[in-house]
Design a protein around this ligand. Sequence first.
Ligand code: CP
Length: 338
Amino acid sequence: MSLEPARKHLVRLSDWPQEDLDRVLALSRTLRQEARPGALASKSIGLLFFRRSLRTRASFEVAIGKLGGQPVNLTGMSDLWELEDREGSIMDGRAPEHIQDAAAVLSSYVDALAIRPAPAGRTWDIDRKDETIKSWARHARVPVINMESALWHPLQALADLLTLEEELGKLQGKKLSIVWVHSPMAASASVVHSLLLSALRKGMHVSLAHPPSYALDPGVLDEARQRAEESGASLQTFNKLEDAIDDAQVVYARSWMSLESYGNPTLDASHRSRLTDWKMTEKLLARGSECKLMHAMPVRRNVEVTDEVLDGPRSLLYRQAENRLHSQKALLVDLLGS
Ligand code: CP
């Protein structure tokens, strides 16, 4: 394997040089049309899920199969020993195996490891360090692909960029609105963090709307402002949905956790119950510029987004979900293909 250390793993999309990212996006478009049944011949890819998934799991398994590779699917919650991720820890607790050893052993069986770490939700100061996925990347001798950690969801962002480019062409100067929507259950902000940095790096003007207590991670926002400055893009934040949507070409809806009540589901549920009017409707989207709607899914119908929008011509959700397949095929061919 002759990959450069800097891009051997995909922990966050922002670590990849733009030209590598553009090459994978171009290959995604090719692989939408073209079969490459032998591209991953004799390659095995470990898929380790410590959390539930529909799209990531199914699209990865199908992608590997279509390229002639072998998926090794391990449901971490039930199939594996409980794993320790702290370096130098005295392992006298529940976990009988360290990620260091699991990563070393699995690296001798498979050619890449894709990981969706266990649910976060301890304290944000701990979870934002993303120690579990970093530990896999540190100890594996094969490429590690992040299938959604507390902070990042690079595979979703890759499919989202592909979808945005298909819809809008060149992204420089186009307007994307990222809006918080109500859901009774808190989701991670990883999708939004990855999308925000990717869109700004492409030169999109981003308007971000959320209730006051739902600000994104300050470190991610600092990086976002820096990306905007480098690419000539802009980032504006609003506390009213309507203001962010005006003139947007695409609205991306997502419900994410409040860092103020992080790790306290009861307090979070109480905050959320007062925010039910943060919902995507046809009337709101009509404020945009022939505005389309994106959402990473799963989506709560008539809570986050109305049926009218989801089943109407504005919705790009199924295309986004299909693009997970094409973009992950491209990623695997780029990382491992002969
Ligand atoms: N968008 C996404 O990652 O979906 P799953 O959680 O179902 O994989």
